[in-house]
Design a protein around this ligand. Structure first.
Ligand code: PMP
Length: 295
């Protein structure tokens, strides 16, 4: 499969208030966001022209920026409208939307003083994060890198700096032939995948780690609500790494990943089953209006 480079495509990108040609959306190499990771972003999916939970994503973008000490100079209503504009400008009804805000290049040093805040939004087609393995289940490696404690990094923010840990973990997992990595937190408890939250079926109930050091995903909360509607008991609690082998089903949940079954984490094997399938179908009908998964 040939990859179209992300900096050389036809299309439009929303850039600080206007739509500009995709190839012109360039920033200076001395941007603060690049050197000191002063950047926050979102990942959204549109289904049939509607961006799922758009305002929740926009609110999280604004909140992430505040956690990094800057204010995005656009209202939630303007950002929502800009996301929809970008999608349409690129001729997409089903696609992925990526807003990103960063500190500019007016000053360069650890201090952010004197830098402006920039916002850009792109959108592209992104059919399935893990390809055909969504129901059969992906293979996951055990990450060597851990999620940091909330007093060592702004762990509730969707900020670029935290993705250094995810990228290291994902690169190693892919080198081992796996699709993703499961990261533990600083205490050695289960945290999340590199771009999605994790759920375990244990004794017929759905267990998921308490999000006290990683992103409390919008999909995660949606899936928990779907499970409760289906009379599935949901248990949010600290989960020790040693408990993973006791799960019967495991799946990931995230905007890009949607609901994706897991069949392997390190030495542990799982068989995607009834609860994973029910929630995958539930999520598909909530987002797409019809189940996209055939049995
Ligand atoms: N954790 C990480 C590290 C992520 O990148 C994502 C995707 N944004 C998630 C969890 C899931 O979040 P959401 O469901 O809001 O997309």
């Amino acid at each position: 499969m040939t990859m179209i480079p992300f900096d050389d495509r036809d299309g439009w990108i929303w850039w600080n208030g206007s739509l500009i040609p995709w190839r012109d959306a360039r920033l200076h190499v001395l941007s603060h966001g690049l050197h000191y990771a002063s950047a926050v972003f979102e990942g959204e999916r549109s289904y049939h022209g509607n961006i799922f939970r758009l305002r929740d994503h926009t609110d999280r973008l604004l909140a992430s920026a505040r956690m990094l000490g800057f204010e995005i100079p656009w209202s939630a209503a303007v950002i929502d409208a800009a996301c929809e504009t970008v999608l349409r400008a690129n001729g997409l009804t089903d696609g992925y939307v990526r807003p990103i805000a960063w500190r500019g290049a007016e000053a360069l040093g650890v201090s952010p003083a004197g830098t402006s805040v920039q916002l850009a939004i792109a959108a592209w087609a992104w059919p399935s994060y893990y390809g055909a393995d969504r129901m059969q289940g992906i293979r996951m490696a055990e990450a060597a890198w851990r999620r940091p404690a909330p007093d060592t990094a702004p762990t509730a923010a969707k900020c670029t700096s935290l993705y250094a840990i995810g990228t290291l973990s994902k690169q190693r997992a892919e080198a081992e032939g796996c699709a993703d990595a499961l990261m533990l937190d600083w205490r050695g408890r289960v945290a999340e995948a590199t771009g999605a939250n994790v759920f375990f079926v244990m004794d017929g109930a759905l267990h998921t780690p308490t999000p006290d050091g990683f992103l409390d995903g919008i999909t995660r909360r949606t899936v928990m609500a779907l499970a409760r509607e289906r009379q599935i008991t949901v248990v949010e609690r600290p989960i020790e790494a040693a408990e993973i082998g006791g799960a019967t089903e495991v799946f990931l949940a995230g905007t890009a990943a949607e609901v994706t079954a897991v069949r392997e984490i390190g030495p542990h094997r799982f068989t995607p089953g009834r609860i994973t399938e029910a929630l995958m179908r539930g999520y598909d009908s909530l987002t797409r209006g019809a189940p996209a998964v055939s049995s």
